[in-house]
Ligand binder design. Structure first.
Ligand code: NAD
Length: 496
C-alpha cells in the first residue's frame, strides 16, 4: 500500500521542509510496513514555525483561559472517539502492544480533562499592601513561544503533557516530535485543530535532533524549552539554552529500583517486576531496571521471574496474544546487545535472553529477548547505566538499610518501588528513597497525570510535568494599584 506523505504544520498550513528532504517512519515490528513519510526539517523550517507561533501569540494570549480550556475539553472527547485508530497507528510506528498504546492515548485524554479544569483555576494571589489605599496582587502570565522536544516512547502522552498546560496558560508552541514517532504528534495536534485550536497556536517541525531540535533550542524567538529525552541530549540542550538564559524543563533518564523485602507478597512483586521491567519492552524512563531482592527470598523470586520472563510472548504489538513488542529501532537493539556484553564481561550471570530475536513473528523487525541478569553487584555498569531495553538486573541485599543505600547509589532519581507489608519500612522508604516518585507495593511504572512527574539528580532539573507544570508554562507578575492619589514609598513612608 502506498504510504502517506505529511508536511510540517506552520501557521495552519501543512508544508514540506524548505529543503524538500523527507524521512520514512517505519514499523519496527515489520520493516516492510511504511507508516508515513515526514519532512526532514532544518533551521529554515524552525524559523518559519517560530514566526507563525509568535504571530499567533498576539491573539491567543488574550483568549480567556476558560475558553482556551474548552478546546481541550473538546479535544478530549475527540481523542476518545479516535482512541482505537490512534493506538493502532502508534503501535505501528513504535511497536508497543495495543493495550499500552491505548493507555498512551488515554493518558492524553486524562491530561486534557485535568488541564482543561485548570482553565478556571489559574489562580493568582492577592495580599494586603504595606501602604494605605494600595492594592497588591500576583497573576500568572503566559511565557510566549515555547519550544518542545519529545522522545518516542510515549509519543502522544508526552506531547500532551507539554502542549496542554502550555496552551491553557496562553502560550503558543513549536513542537519537534521524535524522529521515530512523528505520526502520533500529528494525530494529537490534528485533534486539537478539529477541536477549534486557531492556526499558528501549535506548529510542528519534524526531523532529527541536531538539524531540527538544536535550532529550536537556540532560536531567539523561543522563550522556553520543554525537553524530554536522554540525559546526554538534555545536557546539550541545557547548555545551549543557557547562553540566552532560556528556562529549560528537562525530563530525562532513569535507573529505577524495585526493592522486594522478605515479608513481601511475592506473587504480587513478581507480577510488578514483569510489568515494570518488560512493559513497553523496557523502554520507559520509569522502567524497573534493578530488582533488589532480600537474600532470604532471592532464590525463589529469581527462578520464578526467569521462568515467567522466558515465557513472555514477543512479537508484533497488533497481535492481541503478544505481550512484548519490538524495540523501536536498530540502535536500541545495538545498545541492549552492548550492555549484555558489558554485564557478562563484568561477571553478571545471564539467566535468560540476552540476544536479538530474528525468527518467526520476530523475523521482520527489531526484537530483543526479555533478559534477566543475576549476581549483579551495585558497582557494575549494568546496575548503574540506563539500558532502555528489556534487560533487568537482580541484586541481593541483607538489610533494609542496605537496600535503600543501593537504590540511592546511582546518578539517576526518577522512580522507585518497595514491596513490603511493614508500614514502618514503607514510610521510611517514602522519606529516604532519592527519587521523584516512590511506589509502595506497586511497580516503578504507572504514573497518573494529576500528580507531579519528574525526577532528581541526573533525571531532571527540578521542574515537573503533571502537577506543577503550570509553574513552568507561566511567569508570575506582581501588580500594585495605588488609589491614594499621592506618592507612597514602600519601605520608607510606613517605616519607623
Ligand atoms: P534522545 O535524547 O535521543 O532524543 C530525545 C529528543 O531529543 C528527540 O526528539 C531527538 O530528536 C532530540 N534531540 C536529539 N539531539 C538533539 C540536539 N542536539 N538538540 C535538540 N534536540 C535533540 O532520547 P530518546 O531516545 O528519544 O528517548 C529515550 C530517553 O528519554 C531515555 O533516556 C528515557 O529515559 C528518556 N525519557 C524520559 C522521560 C521522563 O519524563 N523523565 C520520559 C520518557 C523518556
Amino acid at each position: 500500500m502506498a504510504h502517506k506523505t505529511y508536511g510540517n504544520l506552520i501557521g495552519g498550513q501543512w508544508l514540506p521542509a524548505q529543503s524538500g528532504k523527507t524521512f520514512l517512519n517505519i514499523n519496527p515490528a515489520d520493516h516492510s510496513d511504511i507508516v508515513g513519510e515526514f519532512p526532514d526539517s532544518a533551521a529554515a523550517d524552525v524559523d518559519l514555525a517560530v514566526a507563525a507561533a509568535k504571530k499567533a501569540y498576539a491573539t491567543w494570549r488574550l483568549v480567556p483561559a476558560p475558553k482556551r480550556a474548552e478546546i481541550l475539553f473538546r479535544a478530549a472527547l475527540l481523542l476518545s472517539e479516535r482512541k482505537e485508530q490512534f493506538a493502532r497507528e502508534m503501535t505501528r510506528e513504535m511497536g508497543k502492544v495495543l493495550t499500552e498504546t491505548k493507555g498512551d492515548v488515554q493518558e492524553a485524554i486524562d491530561e486534557a480533562y485535568y488541564v482543561a479544569g485548570e482553565g478556571r483555576r489559574l489562580f493568582g494571589i492577592t495580599t494586603p499592601s504595606e501602604l494605605e489605599n494600595k492594592f497588591a496582587m500576583s497573576v500568572r502570565m503566559p511565557v510566549g513561544v515555547i519550544g518542545m522536544i519529545a522522545p518516542w516512547n510515549f509519543p502522544m502522552a508526552i506531547p500532551s503533557w507539554k502542549l496542554f498546560p502550555a496552551l491553557v496558560a496562553g502560550n503558543t508552541c513549536v513542537i519537534k516530535p521524535a524522529e521515530d514517532t512523528p505520526l502520533s504528534t500529528y494525530n494529537l495536534v490534528q485533534t486539537l485543530i478539529d477541536a477549534g485550536l486557531p492556526p499558528g497556536v501549535v506548529n510542528i517541525v519534524s526531523g532529527y535532533g541536531p538539524e531540527a531540535g538544536a535550532p529550536l533550542v537556540e532560536h531567539p524567538g523561543v522563550r522556553a524549552i520543554s525537553f524530554t529525552g536522554s540525559s546526554a541530549t538534555g545536557s546539550l540542550v541545557a547548555q545551549r539554552a543557557a547562553a540566552t538564559f532560556k528556562p529549560v524543563s528537562l525530563e530525562m533518564g532513569g535507573k529505577n529500583a524495585m526493592i522486594v523485602m522478605d515479608d513481601a507478597n511475592l506473587e504480587l512483586a513478581l507480577e510488578g517486576a514483569l510489568w515494570g521491567a518488560f512493559g513497553t519492552t523496557g523502554q520507559r524512563c520509569t522502567a524497573t531496571s534493578r530488582i533488589l531482592l532480600h537474600k532470604s527470598i532471592a532464590a525463589e523470586f529469581t527462578s520464578k521471574l526467569v521462568a515467567r520472563a522466558a515465557a513472555l510472548r514477543v512479537g508484533n504489538g497488533l497481535d492481541p496474544a503478544v505481550e512484548v513488542g519490538p524495540q523501536v529501532n536498530a540502535q536500541q537493539i545495538a545498545t541492549s546487545t552492548e550492555y549484555v556484553a558489558i554485564a557478562i564481561a563484568e561477571g553478571a550471570k545471564l539467566l535468560t535472553g540476552g540476544h536479538p530475536l530474528t525468527d518467526g513473528p520476530c523475523a521482520n523487525g527489531t526484537f530483543f529477548a526479555p533478559t534477566v541478569f543475576g549476581g549483579v553487584t551495585p558497582t557494575m555498569r549494568i546496575a548503574r547505566e540506563e539500558v532502555f531495553g528489556p534487560v533487568v538486573s537482580l541484586i541481593e541485599f541483607s538489610t533494609f538499610e542496605e537496600a535503600i543505600e543501593i537504590a540511592n547509589s546511582v546518578e539517576y532519581g526518577l522512580s522507585t518501588s518497595l514491596y513490603t507489608k511493614d508500614v514502618n519500612r514503607a514510610f521510611t522508604a517514602m522519606r529516604d528513597l532519592e527519587a521523584g516518585i516512590t511506589y509502595i507495593n506497586a511497580p516503578t511504572i504507572g504514573a497518573e497525570v494529576h500528580l507531579p512527574f519528574g525526577g532528581v539528580k541526573k533525571t531532571g532539573n527540578g521542574h515537573r510535568e503533571g502537577l506543577g507544570s503550570l509553574d513552568f508554562y507561566t511567569t508570575w507578575k506582581a501588580v500594585y494599584v495605588d488609589s491614594s492619589d499621592k506618592l507612597q514609598r514602600a519601605q520608607i513612608d510606613n517605616a519607623e
